[in-house]
Design a protein. Sequence first.
Length: 77
Amino acid sequence: MARVRYFAAAEELAGRAEETRAEATLGGLRRALAAEHPGLGGILPRCAVLVAGSRVDDDTALDADTLVDVLPPFAGG
């Protein structure tokens, strides 16, 4: 199971700081998160979703040792 960490607004909308997930690919994870957390689904397309610290395609496989970070767009200067 992949470990998913949420930051800032993504954490608020998911209702948790992190969780473990069983989806096999990043695309599957994105679809499941949008379905389970409708508010998060609204910002997820604009979020940086990093797998092991890198941006990757939705067909990237996730396994038990995978760390996924969901980072919403940040404003500031």
